[in-house]
Design a protein around this ligand. Structure first.
Ligand code: IPM
Ligand code: MN
Length: 355
């Protein structure tokens, strides 16, 4: 098989974790005899610094012609602390999602036996939790009309969804539910929001097409509570963009660390694979960031973009083995246990996969 990848390390810890993920991809290709070509490009603050545009045209062109995109993170405190700045690193990510048509973000939440003790939640609550969050990614408040009025003293962001946008993400959610435990939870705020009422209307009209799927509806405030009270309730959860952003950060504590949550963004063009953690600027350049979310994103890339299940499974085995062996970065090392560097974890994973 031939893989042609676009590598977008981005900002902060992005380059460090993507470099580990890329080494893992190289190792897998070597093991399975795949030919790998790749090119890197700028996105985020580094792209603003280089050319003033957080998602430059040549980066987009590279993504369009690649089979898959491996992405790190964007963000820089220089922009966060300046609310008046006209151009922001995050706009690069949003432009990329929109222009590549990445309307679905899949964020699986799994627990590792060796890490259940790490979660701030009780072991019996998290142990065995295994679900898939599907977040709509190109609609809602993120992309609706926004602005200021009354001389800048009033601001608004509009949550807007069309039937078609809702239908395509729900279709995907029903299909994933069919492949899993056939339980779909649609999360909304239909008691208050009109856009949520449309979501619910569309979901209810689709239920008959998936008679085997048990579909239930949950208000987002209740979902936020159930996630930490009883995460094992969930199999597939689907929700709109902003709710999904918030709930998946919350869900990351179930796995023990945000440094473990991978994601796939899929849609109409090239799919993109990225860790859900951000650019974590305080750790940039220190070789301490957890590379596992990026590595697991690479596993998702093999599985989702190339339908290469064994390749994905090899990466997952290596990750599980590193956790068992305690070869972990400081976010996961228990009290008094040795913490390994990002690059050391990466090297261990590649050695393991070469065995
Ligand atoms: C994420 C991030 C992004 C989002 C930011 C960086 C724009 O938090 O991927 O979850 O809000 O979607
Ligand atoms: Mn987020």
């Amino acid at each position: 098989m031939k893989l042609n990848l676009a590598i977008l390390p981005g900002d902060g810890i992005g380059p460090e974790v993507v470099s580990v993920a890329l080494n893992v991809v190289k190792k897998v290709c070597e093991r399975f005899g795949h030919s790998l070509t790749y090119d890197s490009a700028l996105v985020g603050a580094c792209a603003i610094d280089a050319c003033g545009d957080p998602y430059p045209e040549d980066t987009h062109a590279l993504c369009m012609k690649a089979d898959a995109v491996l992405f790190g993170a964007v963000g820089d405190p220089r922009f966060d602390n300046n609310p008046t700045s006209k151009v922001r690193p995050e706009q690069g990510l949003l432009a990329m999602r929109k222009k590549l048509g990445l309307y679905a973000n899949l964020r699986p939440v799994e627990t590792y036996p060796s890490l259940v003790g790490q979660s701030p939640l009780k072991e019996e609550v998290v142990s065995g939790a295994d679900f898939l969050c599907i977040r709509e990614l190109t609609g809602g408040m993120y992309f609706g009309e926004k602005g200021r009025k009354e001389n800048g003293t009033v601001a608004y962001d509009t949550c807007i969804y069309s039937t078609e946008e809702i239908r395509r993400i729900l279709k995907l959610a029903f299909e994933y539910a069919m492949r899993r435990q056939k339980h779909l939870t649609v999360v909304d705020k239909a008691n208050v929001l009109e856009s949520s009422r449309l979501w619910r209307e569309v979901a209810q009209s689709m239920e008959k097409d998936y008679p085997e799927v048990k579909t239930d509806y949950m208000f987002v405030d209740n979902a936020a509570m159930q996630l930490v009270r009883c995460p094992k309730f969930f199999d597939v959860m689907v929700t709109e963009n902003t709710f999904g952003d918030i709930l998946t950060d919350e869900a990351s504590v179930i796995a023990g660390s945000m440094g473990l949550l991978a994601s796939a963004s899929i849609g109409t063009h090239t799919s993109l694979f990225e860790p859900i953690h951000g650019s974590y600027p305080q750790a940039a350049g220190k070789d301490i960031a957890n590379p596992l979310a990026a590595v697991l994103s690479a596993a998702m890339m093999f599985e989702y973009a190339f339908n290469a299940k064994e390749e994905g499974a090899l990466i997952r085995r290596a990750v599980a083995a590193s956790l068992e062996a305690g070869i972990v970065t400081e976010d996961l090392a228990g009290k008094g246990a040795k913490a390994y560097k990002t690059s050391e974890v990466g090297k261990w994973l590649c050695d393991y996969m070469g065995r």
